[in-house]
Design a protein around this ligand. Structure first.
Ligand code: GTP
Ligand code: MG
Length: 294
């Protein structure tokens, strides 16, 4: 038996959450084409007969514009220690930038082996992969380099094989049927946020957060309430949409996914509330579960 913890670190939008979902073969972390989708540390558990790997998805490391952003960066960077390996994920289809170099500088303070994972290789020609490796390889003493496509499930078996070399423990942390340590309340609010991210544009996604407020199991249906918190009334209008159309679409798409998650019929009640500048307010952030000292 071999086991261990592996952090997935990288800039926003490089595909960290897509990778953890593909590795554990379930949609445990929400994904979107907007940067800064992930706002919490999410554990996904990979099981094989003689191996258990706890993958840890983290918020994308970026130049913070808000108190929330600072907390997210800190959270991600706290996960470069006390793990068995780090997957430094990059988007092989975009050029190496300041953001990647900043993270590599931070990783120099870590004693943990860093595996360079070049993602999105489905977007480039195979002969270009070598060129990308060439650009990265002298920047950092990577323990290994693995090109993958998280979306197309390409070369992930090779990635797991490489990771196995670095696993140090021999205990099982979770039961075989556990795929995530996330709570059901959290998963529900994230499903709503994912639909919202996919149905709105530009600044809206960053100004919104979701919280599950009640969960009541009745005989034939489960009643669930989710509050959508926005920063300004103008954003509230966008989220609700003309004649409530957008909120209705968010609700019906989210309900279907929540029913799949719970295996039960669900009645989902969504309501939108404005809390001015919630991303800056220490007390509000704390109440929403974002803690400054983490
Ligand atoms: N073509 C292609 N697209 C990918 C791949 N992996 C992820 N994507 C897309 O890249 C976008 C960002 O993916 P996420 O998994 O949300 O990225 P992330 O790194 O978790 O982003 P943050 O949570 O914001 O830090 C989504 O639109 C994904 O569908 C891949 O292997 N190939
Ligand atoms: Mg993510």
């Amino acid at each position: 038996m071999k086991s261990g913890f592996v952090s997935i670190i990288g800039r926003p939008n490089v595909g960290k959450s897509t990778l953890i979902n593909s590795l554990v073969n379930a949609h445990i972390a929400i994904t979107s084409d907007k940067a800064q989708t992930t706002r919490n540390v999410i554990q996904g558990i990979y099981n094989e007969e003689d191996t258990q790997i706890v993958f840890v998805d983290t918020p994308g490391i970026h130049k913070p514009q808000s108190r929330l952003g600072k907390i997210l960066n800190k959270q991600a960077l706290s996960l470069i220690h006390d793990v068995d390996a780090i997957l430094f994920l990059t988007d092989a289809s975009t050029s190496l930038g300041k953001g990647d170099k900043f993270i590599l500088e931070c990783l120099k303070n870590s004693e943990v082996p860093v595996i360079l994972v070049l993602n999105k290789i489905d977007k480039i020609k195979s002969e270009e992969i070598l060129e990308v490796i060439e650009n990265y390889k002298d920047l950092f003493p990577f323990a290994d380099i693995v090109p993958v496509s998280a979306m197309k499930n390409d070369n992930l078996d090779c990635l797991v094989k490489v990771i196995k070399k670095y696993l140090k423990d021999n205990v099982k942390y979770f039961d075989d049927d556990t795929i995530t340590s996330n709570s059901t309340y959290f998963m529900i609010s994230e499903i709503v946020r994912e639909k919202l991210l996919n149905l709105t544009i530009e600044e809206v996604p960053h100004c919104v957060t979701c919280v599950t407020t009640y969960y009541e199991e009745k005989e034939k249906v489960t009643l669930i309430g989710v509050e959508i918190i926005v920063e300004r009334d103008s954003i509230k209008k966008i989220v609700i949409g003309k004649n409530g159309e957008r909120l209705k679409t968010i609700g019906s798409l989210a309900r279907k996914d929540i029913e799949k998650l719970l295996g039960k019929r669900v009645y989902l009640d969504l309501y939108v509330k404005t809390i001015k500048k919630w991303r800056e307010k220490e007390k509000v952030l704390h109440e929403l579960g974002f803690h400054e000292d983490e």
